[in-house]
Design a protein around this ligand. Structure first.
Ligand code: NAD
Length: 479
């Protein structure tokens, strides 16, 4: 990247791709051109898939001593930390996020490699009792070639979230980076190189979703698809996967709700709101997109949330402010449109509500109050710094509203009543429930969706079993 051109990491080599095709990458905080990125085409993709297949058949990872695979992955973690300063500055510039958040992505990526490196030699099968005449056991095998398509909101940490368990299980992996901010992710290639990961095991290719991404997931060379992104793209990929009967893991969107009961610690809730909806300018699949508040404390909660939103510092990500731009002008227009539709649907703008009058794609931190649970704003993923507040009268009503969208990624409960917290958590239709702290949990806690938020789980030990398939060996001892 020293010459301003990000390249593809093709099985250990840095290549420009096919026919000199490039995309310009913008700095969302200044709207200025930041760098160019060389795009991989059909020929480069074919080479990456072939290298992955050859590496897999040769057993580069799968036949490596599990303890050696484990040590290699821990080396990847330390090489990621070694490039974190350079990588974070690039990621901050191309994605608009704060420098600290970009650093956190590299740190989290390193932690995924440590975590899954630590279990690479513990993927143990089972022995099944069939009586004295049989020996029966199961083993977990890698799929082969894993195709992984990554979104732009956390390109580095989400790529590592899928790549690390994939490698721990012994798969080869071809990653398609997001076209809006591909460069920080491509740097993972240099960490893999420096850690001596065999060259065909991983390729990271840059390309447009509807072109390179669609080709990758349709390839007959792919044994597994891992997708993180929007519902619409997930559905398109599932159609392709249905044609080839390729196993798939889908991590899709969300419209997650926090339920704020009348006994909740409001300061604790406000700290969670700040990160829950304003971290990464709200471009988080598990953002606190809705807040359902007990009627008796509703006005107070809305007012204090608006004061918090209006008080956030706003600047370029390099300055580490509270609030940063969204990724593109298109994204900003989408967010503004939903906000103005919400107003027409009867919502009250308690804070923000429009783009900020400054260079960069800045949406004001926004609190929409009195949002009708059936309205567009309450049902659609906005993917920006906008939270929708709605009052409720009873616990049952709160649960019904929280569960009343087609999504089910995460949900939250704020209360001092432990019995209520457990009771409500059990009823919430979501892959993960946060109690009294939004984003509680971490890389070791399973994460994934219900309904249109997808299926399969990432993070934690459970995710590992999405990257293997079970084989049973049944042996007769008769005769
Ligand atoms: P997107 O679906 O537009 O793009 C995601 C990736 O898919 C990109 O790399 C894109 O190039 C690629 N792509 C686009 N069309 C494709 C096609 N036809 N075939 C193959 N690949 C294709 O999503 P986005 O805008 O990048 O990300 C935002 C969305 O991702 C939000 O809906 C968010 O909730 C979701 N998300 C989910 C999680 C999770 O873990 N559940 C995490 C982050 C983001």
């Amino acid at each position: 990247m020293s010459d301003g051109l990000a390249r593809n990491f093709l099985a250990g080599a840095w290549v420009e791709g096919d026919g000199g095709a490039r995309i310009a990458v913008e700095d969302p905080g200044t709207e200025e051109h930041f760098a160019d990125c060389a795009l991989a085409g059909e020929a480069t993709l074919a080479k990456a898939l072939e290298a992955a297949r050859v590496s897999f058949e040769r057993g580069d990872l799968a036949d490596m001593q599990p303890s050696a695979r484990s040590r290699m992955m821990v080396r990847v973690a330390s090489e990621i930390r070694a490039i974190a300063d350079e990588g974070a500055t690039i990621l901050c510039r191309e994605s608009g996020k704060t420098l600290d958040a970009a650093r956190d992505e590299f740190e989290e990526a390193a932690q995924y490699f440590e975590y899954y490196g630590g279990v690479a030699d513990k993927i143990e099968g089972k022995s099944i009792p069939l009586g004295p005449d049989y020996v029966d056991y199961t083993t977990y095998e890698p799929f082969g070639v894993s195709a992984q398509v990554v979104p732009w909101n956390f390109p580095v940490s989400i790529a590592a979230r899928s790549l690390a368990p994939s490698m721990a299980a012994g798969n080869s992996t071809v990653i398609k980076s997001p076209e809006l901010d591909p460069i920080g992710l491509s740097l993972l290639g240099s960490a893999l190189e420096r850690a001596d990961v065999p060259s065909g095991v991983v390729s990271i290719l840059n390309g447009i979703g509807s072109e390179l991404g669609a080709r990758l997931v349709r390839s007959t060379e792919v044994d597994q698809i891992v997708f993180t992104g929007s519902v619409q793209t997930g559905q398109a990929i599932l159609h392709a996967a249905a044609d080839s009967v390729t196993p798939s893991l889908m991590e899709l969107g969300g419209k997650s709700a926090a339920i704020l009961f009348d006994d909740a610690d409001l300061d604790m809730f406000l700290a969670s709101l700040k990160s829950g909806i304003f971290y990464n300018a709200g471009q988080v699949c598990s953002a606190m997109a809705r807040v359902l508040v007990d009627r008796s404390i509703y006005e107070d909660a809305v007012e204090r949330s608006a004061i918090l939103s209006n008080g956030l510092s706003v600047d370029h990500g390099l300055i580490n402010p509270d609030h940063t731009p969204v990724i593109s002008d298109l994204q900003l227009s989408r967010i503004e449109n939903v906000t103005s539709t919400a107003r027409q649907e009867g919502a009250r703008i308690a804070a923000g509500g429009a783009r900020l009058d400054r260079k960069g794609h800045f949406m004001a931190p926004t609190i929409l109050a009195d949002v009708d649970p059936a309205s567009h704003a309450a049902q659609q993923e906005i993917f920006g710094p906008v939270s929708c507040f709605t009052p409720f009268e009873t616990e049952a009503e709160a649960i019904a509203i929280a569960n009343g969208t087609e999504f089910g990624l995460v949900s939250g409960v704020f209360t001092k009543d432990l019995a209520r917290a457990h009771r409500v958590a059990r009823k919430l239709r979501a892959g993960q429930v946060f109690v009294n702290e939004w984003f509680a949990g971490g890389i070791s806690t399973p994460f994934g969706g219900v309904g249109k938020s997808g299926f399969g789980r990432e993070k934690g030990l459970e995710a590992l079993y999405n990257y293997v398939r079970t084989k049973n060996v049944a042996i007769s001892l008769k005769g």
